[in-house]
Design a protein around this ligand. Structure first.
Ligand code: ADP
Length: 495
């Protein structure tokens, strides 16, 4: 059964019970009050009658010492005639409870007589002649005689009014319930609207439409539920998108990996086959073995990089406070042999949180890439290094460049404090990277110029490794580059 119908039914049951009980109580209360009033009047009337009887008995001629039955009848019939609307219903009995006089139409039995004495008046409500009556009985002590006066007062109207009251209340209850059903159906439909909208949203999502959101139509608990549902749907959609992206990235990775494996393996297999199936002269044999060796080395380098990436992905960062001076000293020493490049180290002293070995790997990769990009450009640009040099002069580091004779390019490695951390940047004035390639180059196996990268033993894994290492340092790689003008790779570490 629908929730709105349940709501309507339960409300109607409560309303019907409330109306039923209150109606019954109200009509009965009015009835009881009217009946009490009628009983009071009947008792008053019977007192007045007994008084009138006693007064009439006083006028009896003196010759009687005891009130005779004939006078009793006479007084009784007189009192009967005096009644409003053509007569009273009364009955007189003597002390032995023998009936002396009965009005025609007085049909009640003699049940009240035994309960009545000089001090007690008694009454009861009886049903007679198709109507209801208040039957009263009172004792009269007159002229040495003890008599009993009984009256009957018609109270049928009170009972008729009660029946009418009940019937009217039943009709009113039915009308109220019918109107209530219509109003409650409308209210229930309004109240359950958020539930209907939520159900629709849930079904849509179950059918695969993760973008669908439930409309929030109220601010109550159901409105809050809708809000929470939508937030849950957002989180779900985000996670599904992430999963889809991850699956896509994995597929891309597998494709690229297979391709990168295939190229050196094809060469290795080709040259190995040539060596075993042909008799080659010494020069060709050496050349073939050389190809096998270089391609094998490339494969080895690739597998090491891949291992590094896997380790970096799984690694928990063990970050320590490291003075940047140590890092720059290591880099300067590492690249001291690279005489054909002008690699300048300019940095501000600071203590930075990092895993030194991993950050060294990042910087070695970036500087390596910068050197490759500069060598290839074949230009010897005048770096915008003036500013850098000036800045370097203000810094605590060593601004002098380790310049070698006949260099083809300049690479600047800088370190400076910035808002929220310490920024390390590697700038070159080499070939630069086209804008549309900039976001792709951090993907594994991505190379802008494949043949050039392969000729330099690259497999497009260096930046992917850098990105993974920076991720565990809660940082990321920023790339600014202009084709033909050079690039700047930077990242920020916590101080
Ligand atoms: P690789 O091992 O090929 O160098 P990387 O992941 O380090 O792989 O770099 C991916 C590609 O990004 C490189 O093949 C190169 O095309 C491009 N790249 C990286 N650094 C630079 C740079 N400083 N200037 C121009 N291109 C760059």
């Amino acid at each position: 059964m629908k929730f709105s119908i349940k709501l309507v039914l339960s409300t109607m049951i409560v309303l019907a019970l409330a109306l039923g009980f209150s109606g019954f109580y109200f009509v009965n209360y009015v009835f009881e009050t009217s009946l009490d009033r009628e009983v009071g009047q009947a008792l008053d009337e019977s007192s007045i009658l007994s008084f009138a009887f006693e007064t009439a008995a006083l006028n009896v001629p003196l010759k009687y010492s005891v009130l005779p039955d004939s006078v009793v009848e006479e007084i009784a019939s007189k009192l009967e005639m005096e009644g409003q609307g053509g007569g009273r219903l009364l009955r007189i009995a003597d002390e032995e409870k023998n009936i002396l006089y009965t009005s025609s139409g007085f049909t009640s039995d003699e049940g009240l007589l035994p309960q009545t004495d000089l001090r007690t008046k008694s009454y009861r409500v009886i049903r007679a002649q198709g109507g209801f009556y208040v039957h009263t009985c009172v004792a009269i002590n007159t002229l040495n005689r003890m008599l009993y006066l009984e009256t009957m007062k018609d109270v049928t109207e009170v009972f008729t009014e009660r029946a009418l009251g009940f019937s009217l209340y039943r009709k009113v209850t039915v009308v109220i319930l019918l109107t209530g059903i219509v109003i409650m159906l409308f209210i229930a439909s309004l109240l359950t609207k958020p539930i209907r909208l939520l159900t629709k949203a849930t079904r849509k999502m179950a059918a695969g439409d993760y973008t669908y959101r439930a409309r929030q139509v109220s601010r109550d608990e159901l409105g809050q539920l809708t809000g929470d549902f939508n937030r849950m749907a957002n989180a779900l959609e985000e996670n599904i998108c992430k999963l889809e992206e991850e699956i896509e990235a994995r597929e891309e990775f597998m494709g690229a990996f297979a391709h990168e494996l295939k190229t050196p393996l094809t060469a290795i297999i080709g040259y190995a086959d040539m060596l075993r199936s042909h008799k080659l002269d010494e020069e060709k044999s050496i050349m073939s073995a050389n190809y096998i060796y270089t391609e094998g080395k490339r494969l080895e380098a690739m597998s090491f990089r891949l291992l590094d990436i896997i380790v970096a992905k799984q690694d928990e960062a063990r970050l320590l406070d490291v003075p940047v001076g140590e890092l720059f000293a290591y880099l300067r020493e590492m690249f001291a042999e690279k005489k054909e490049m002008d690699i300048r180290f300019v940095y501000e002293e600071a203590v930075v949180r990092m895993e030194a070995n991993l950050i060294k790997t990042v910087l070695v990769n970036l500087i390596d890439n910068a050197c490759k990009a500069s060598e290839y450009s074949g230009v010897s640009p005048e770096p915008g290094g003036k500013a850098a040099d000036q800045k370097g002069a203000d810094m605590a580091g060593v601004p002098e460049a380790s310049v070698s004779g006949g260099s083809t390019g300049v690479v600047e490695v800088t370190g400076e404090r910035v808002d929220g951390g310490y920024r390390i940047a590697v700038r070159d004035y080499g070939i630069g990277i086209p804008e549309e390639e900039q976001i792709k180059i951090v993907k594994a196996f991505y190379m802008v110029d494949k043949s050039r990268a392969r000729s330099k033993n690259g497999a497009g894994l260096g930046l992917a490794l850098c990105a993974e290492i920076l991720k565990i340092h809660h940082s990321g790689l920023q790339i600014e580059s202009k084709e033909g003008e050079g690039s700047c790779f930077s990242f920020v570490l916590a101080l």
